[in-house]
Design a protein around this ligand. Structure first.
Ligand code: DAH
Length: 346
């Protein structure tokens, strides 16, 4: 059997470089690895090999298969290159490097978003998304945000007109639509669609009527997190956030939860972290997110029984994390598309 295999491989090595067309290649290949090919016949013979010889024979067959596959691959590559060269004619050399040196790079905000999302995916979170245009219900009511909350003010959020015009037709919409002011909307949409256990992160774009300055932009990004199951506790939240901070900012980073208030969590916290390895920002407590245990009112709005399930939620600005990590001191740089800025993060 071993001799037979050696013969097949040697034959392929000799014949392969002489193959000149695809048709020739296909018919030759069939004589080796087709249903009646010589290599296939040897493999069929495996059944008759005594049990103790099987591992050694299996290994030899695999080696022969690998060698034959490599030869066939080289033939296909050679034929493809010849076909391309024939198509392009003698004046074009496709192996020269591209003269276009302005290759794009991943935007620094997208880089940080992906790093954060991937870290949560590794610990069992999946990614959820929802629309940027939302109704007041998903953005505020279902999140237990009262009707007199300042975020609902026309001055703070971007509302769509109540008279929508499509072509010549003007239509009055009863629901108030706006651009979402936070990614917490995705909590509601996910809980309406899925049964617990739910464990998601939701990255996305948000909009507020802020006057742009070094730390405010009317258009920015957040990542929301939500975990709903039986017996989810504050300890789970704290452990997850510790893991997040240590992974992103280094193993020496520490976290602290400070009591706060959000209508959709009870209790609510601001999470600060502290790291000795952050250059100018070292050894200061930096606030980076809001979090807490999902308020029972929110569960009621999505028909989840708060006596059976508990959950935690958190939300943070991606720009804020990116600025800390990348040493950027003005959020506006991220949106000016100045290649000199963007290239520094390539
Ligand atoms: N949605 C809040 C904001 O935009 C951030 C936030 C706070 C999200 C606490 C949460 C949370 O999920 O639990 O300011």
């Amino acid at each position: 059997m071993q001799e037979e295999l050696n013969k097949i491989v040697a034959g392929v090595r000799e014949k392969a470089p002489q193959i000149a067309t695809r048709a020739e290649f296909e018919s030759y290949k069939a004589t080796i690895s087709g249903p009646k090919g010589s290599l296939t016949e040897v493999m069929k013979g495996m059944g008759k090999v005594p049990k103790e010889d099987k591992p050694a024979m299996g290994k030899l067959i695999n080696e022969a298969k690998t060698a034959v596959t490599a030869e066939f691959k080289a033939v296909v590559e050679r034929l493809e290159a010849a076909e391309l060269a024939a198509k392009l004619g003698p004046d074009i050399d496709p192996s020269l490097p591209s003269p276009d040196l302005n290759r794009g790079t991943i935007h620094p905000i997208a880089q940080v978003r992906d790093e954060m999302v991937n870290l949560f995916r590794r610990i069992g979170f999946s990614v959820a998304e929802a629309t940027e245009v939302e109704t007041e219900h998903y953005c505020f009511d279902a999140l237990n945000i009262p009707s007199d909350h300042p975020a609902r003010d026309m001055q703070d959020s971007y509302y769509l007109p109540e008279e929508l015009k499509v072509g010549n037709v003007s239509k009055h919409v009863d629901e108030k639509y706006l651009l979402r002011t936070h990614t917490s909307t995705v909590q509601i949409r996910t809980m309406l669609e899925e049964e617990p256990p739910i464990r998601i992160v939701a990255p996305g774009r948000c909009f507020r009527r802020d006057t742009p300055d070094a730390t405010h932009s009317a258009n920015f990004h957040q990542i929301e997190g939500l975990y709903v199951d039986k017996d989810v506790s504050l300890m789970d939240l704290k452990a997850t956030l510790d893991h997040f901070v240590k992974t992103i900012f280094g193993p020496k980073a520490k976290t602290r939860l400070r009591p706060s208030f959000f209508p959709f969590t009870e209790p609510s916290f601001e999470m600060d972290f502290f790291s000795p390895d952050l250059g100018k920002l070292s050894n200061k407590w930096l606030e980076i997110m809001g979090c807490g245990m999902v308020d029972p009112e929110v569960f009621k709005a999505v028909n989840i029984d708060p006596d059976v399930y508990t959950g935690y939620a958190f939300g943070m600005g991606i720009e804020r994390i990116a600025m800390i990590l990348q040493g950027v001191d003005d959020i506006r740089y991220y949106y000016q598309n100045d290649v000199r800025f963007l290239k520094q993060f390539a």
